[in-house]
Design a binder for this molecule. Structure first.
Ligand code: PTJ
Length: 265
């Protein structure tokens, strides 16, 4: 085994589930470094389960939502990308790039407060090349009305017109919607409250979403404002979620048939 193959806790690159295991280890490392909350491991496992029944790929429906999300971010006056522990552990470099090219500031916002976590996440983001990071100085923060969790403490998000909330909990999405913010959710569970409350719901893995957003930002920046607006106007989020649920059912039917073929012998 070469040293390269050995890098992710002895998981060989040839392993059929290499990608999935690689991200598991990023989450575990993140937990050891305070970046990821303990519950972040469980949240990741839930995400993996939904990813599995979506075929672990970016569906055409997700691609459409991602395209719309990028268009909406480009049109926004005060966009903000909310960052939690899982996201910082999984895609720090990609977040830094996306933040720069939109441009949209990153704001650390945690559900599980713990001494040292904000600092640890800030360091990871800075190391990854991020320059504009908010949600660090408690003196600059205000509290969102009607929200009891730690996510109520926000800085630029309070004044944002669009907030991208990857791996979010339903309560804050609801609170942000009540404040008339447009919400872009990234959530592998199309049935979560966040997915159902958001204006643009991306049902896909954050590890595939952010690279795709970077690619599309470069592409959409070549369009004029009217063309970018059309992308947002032509998108129907409710329909996209319904079709995603149909896709999951269809995928499971196909997998069931395949499993039955194997079970026959
Ligand atoms: O770092 P903190 O303290 O802010 O905590 C972050 C977590 C994620 C632990 C916290 O927000 C939490 O408990 O979230 P939930 O309520 O478990 O919701 C997370 C949602 O994200 C679930 O619906 C998961 O299916 C989904 N999810 C998990 N991993 C991914 C994902 N969606 C997209 N990509 C993933 N990699």
């Amino acid at each position: 085994m070469t040293s390269n193959e050995n890098q992710d806790h002895s998981v060989p690159k040839t392993h059929p589930r290499y990608e999935s295991l690689k991200y598991r280890h990023k989450i575990i490392e993140g937990m050891k470094n305070l970046v990821v909350a303990e519950a972040g491991l469980i949240a990741h496992g839930r995400g993996e389960c939904f990813d599995y029944i979506l075929g672990e790929k970016t569906t055409l429906l997700a691609k459409k939502a991602i395209r719309t999300a990028v268009a909406a971010l480009l049109l926004a006056e005060k966009p903000v990308i909310s960052v939690n522990g899982n996201v910082a552990a999984l895609v720090p470099e990609e977040l830094a790039t996306l933040s720069k090219i939109i441009p949209a500031p990153l704001e650390i916002n945690l559900f599980y407060p713990k001494e040292g976590r904000i600092e640890a996440i800030k360091n990871v983001l800075q190391k990854a090349g991020a320059t504009i990071i908010h949600g660090i100085d408690t003196h600059k923060m205000i509290e969102l009305e009607g929200l009891k969790s730690n996510r109520r403490k926000v800085e630029l998000i309070a004044d944002a017109d669009i907030v991208m909330v990857p791996l979010e909990d339903g309560d804050r999405t609801e609170a942000l919607k009540k404040l008339n913010k447009k919400i872009i959710a990234v959530d592998l569970n199309p049935l979560s409250r966040t997915a159902l409350w958001a204006d643009i719901t991306i049902v896909d893995n954050i590890v595939r979403v952010v690279p795709e957003m970077i690619k599309l930002t470069q592409e959409l920046k070549k369009l004029n404002n009217t063309q970018i607006k059309e992308i947002v106007q032509n998108f129907n989020n409710k329909l996209n979620i319904q079709k995603t649920l149909d896709l999951i059912i269809k995928y499971l039917e196909i997998q069931k048939k395949k499993a039955f073929e194997i079970l026959k012998f």
